[in-house]
Design a protein around this ligand. Sequence first.
Ligand code: ZN
Length: 248
Amino acid sequence: MGRRFTGRRVLGWGALAILGIAALLSGLNAFSKAPCFQLPGALTCRVDTEDKIVALTFDDGPTPLGVAAVLPILGRYDAKATFFPIGENLKRHPDAAREILAAGHELGNHTYSHQRNVGHSRAFYRDEIGQTAQLLRTVGSDSAFFRPPYGRKLLGLPLEVERAGFRTITWDVEDRPGRFPDPADYARDIVERVRPGSIILIHPMYRANSTSREALPQILAQLQSRGYDVVTVSELLNHKPSGATPAR
Ligand SMILES: [Zn+2]
């Protein structure tokens, strides 16, 4: 009897340990994806303001297709944005990145090969950030903004981001093309979640991202009709509250 009881207890503790490890791993996984929190280093996912100002950000690429589609739309609405290109693509399409800068927008660092940056060595993170920083300088950007691919970061990546002198910029409103494949629904979903100080993340660069490219004019029109200024991350971070100054 006693032995059988002990056996069950051992099995019980084993199962508990497995459950505990699973819970820990799932907690770390959720923690690594949390857009507004990281342990080391500065992170911004939105800015605290009552003024109707938001930053628009575009991830991945650059691709000639995405840049040719997005820049004229931004120009038409007199909106400025921050693009986070991938190092590999910057190397392939430096002129697309130069066009972005020439149109008055800004760039940020989105790593060289766009991997999930958890569980790698410090040297790996250093290379991913450093190679991309070098490519950004080559096209004429001295950006100090970094965005982790898939929003993934735990300890090693943020430490290297900080060491390289970058600030992590995430978002509080991300596009959901899987849930809203229709451009009008996709645009409405984004605009309804925006609030003063938001940082919006849109993916317009690849052939498969046609929903976001088609929705972009609607997003800008709806934000502007609600009174929002659409600016770069730099402008949002430097924004001074309007306070008692007269409305423009
Ligand atoms: Zn990305």
